[in-house]
Design a protein around this ligand. Structure first.
Ligand SMILES: O=C(O)CCC(=O)C(=O)O
Ligand SMILES: [Fe+2]
Length: 343
């Protein structure tokens, strides 16, 4: 198979089927150009600490991709709003998990709230922020799992993640805590099979599809084995085309997936952001707290503190979306920014 004949990569791969996280001399990716050679998304091979642990299919690790402080902050964030953790899976109307493929819970982590992490992420697969699917913080409690699956997904003209005519090309997840037992990520079809023990800050990158959007599901199929210790990860997926932030397109996609929007907030003027918020309502898309917080941020950047405070007041009078801690902090920062103060 052409993909496996990458002869230019000279460094050895680990001989054991289980990757040794204490290995003192891990293999490093060198001049092998994944994108050009194999038709997969190109990545930044000079990324500090990048290790190629499997060639067939390509699986990369980066130790300490997130610092322990960054991991702690994400864990704290999820713990602070436990009600935002939603069970993963496909549910029937009566709340039963129709396809018990996964039993974890997750919450969305808006890009706007983790700008430093997003900068790190886009530097690794060398992509734009808008190619990233909404980031998730995922929790596996004891016994929870994610059965064997491929991450390949193609939107056609509609995608719940906000992408139009796009496909997932890469998956990046980062373990947020150290695990003593259970919860390993397993790639049974990798050659040789790979089992990764979660380690705080360790990033795992793989490629569920080629640039021509053909799935590589057979080789990249993977699973999270049942957790024994509680396991937390941060995950995002790279798509071939940027996601849409256009209200009309979002309307066509349907069902108020407003978390797809915030990535564009910092490039929008307060006028444009408020206009987008209004047009969402016009399209019967219900803005959520993340959309509103994004507009508050735009107002702050545009020194429009009055509009920020007005929006916050409006949110306080609504049943939905209720302002959260981020709303208040963002409005406060908007006022401070307008007067040249620091909060
Ligand atoms: O939790 C893991 O180890 C894998 C997660 C995963 O496969 C996914 O979120 O798509
Ligand atoms: Fe996956």
């Amino acid at each position: 198979m052409m993909f496996c004949r990458g002869k230019r990569l000279s460094l050895p791969l680990p001989l054991t089927s289980r990757y040794c996280t204490t290995c003192s001399d891990p293999p490093k990716a060198t001049s092998f150009d994944l994108g050009v050679e194999d038709g997969f998304h190109k990545i930044n091979l000079s990324y500090p600490g990048l290790q190629l642990v499997r060639r067939c299919p390509h699986i990369f690790l980066v130790q300490n991709f997130f610092s322990s402080t960054e991991c702690q902050r994400l864990l704290h964030k999820a713990a602070y709003e436990p009600e935002s953790m939603k069970p993963a899976g496909v549910f029937t109307r009566d709340g039963h998990n129709r396809l018990p493929v996964r039993t974890s819970s997750q919450c969305i982590c808006p890009q706007a709230e983790v700008p430093a992490l997003i900068r790190k992420i886009v530097a690794l697969p060398d992509c734009t922020r808008r190619q990233l699917e909404a980031c998730q913080i995922i929790r596996y409690q004891e016994g929870e799992f994610f059965k064997l699956h491929g991450d390949y997904s193609t939107s056609g003209t509609r995608s719940s993640a906000g992408f139009v005519n796009s496909s997932r090309l890469a998956t990046l997840f980062v373990y947020l805590n150290d695990i003593q037992q259970g919860g390993e990520t397993e790639f049974p079809n990798a050659s040789p099979p790979l089992k990764i023990s979660p380690k705080q800050g360790l990033a795992v990158l793989h490629f569920p599809a080629r640039l021509d959007r053909c799935s590589d599901a057979r080789r990249t199929r993977h699973q999270s084995l049942p957790a024994i210790d509680e396991k937390w990860i941060f995950a995002t997926w790279l798509w071939s085309e940027e996601r849409s932030s256009d209200a009309k397109t979002l309307h066509e996609i349907g069902r108020g997936y407003t978390h797809v929007w915030p990535e564009s907030y910092d490039t929008l003027s307060p006028d444009a952001a408020l206009h987008l918020l209004e047009s969402m309502s016009g399209c019967r898309l219900r803005p959520d707290v993340v959309s509103c917080n994004s507009v508050l941020t735009s107002c702050g950047r545009g020194f429009e503190w009055r509009r920020a405070v007005q929006l916050l007041r409006t949110m306080q009078t609504l049943e939905e979306p209720r302002p959260d801690l981020v709303s208040f902090n963002t409005a406060l920062a908007a006022v401070a920014n307008s007067f040249g103060l620091r909060v």
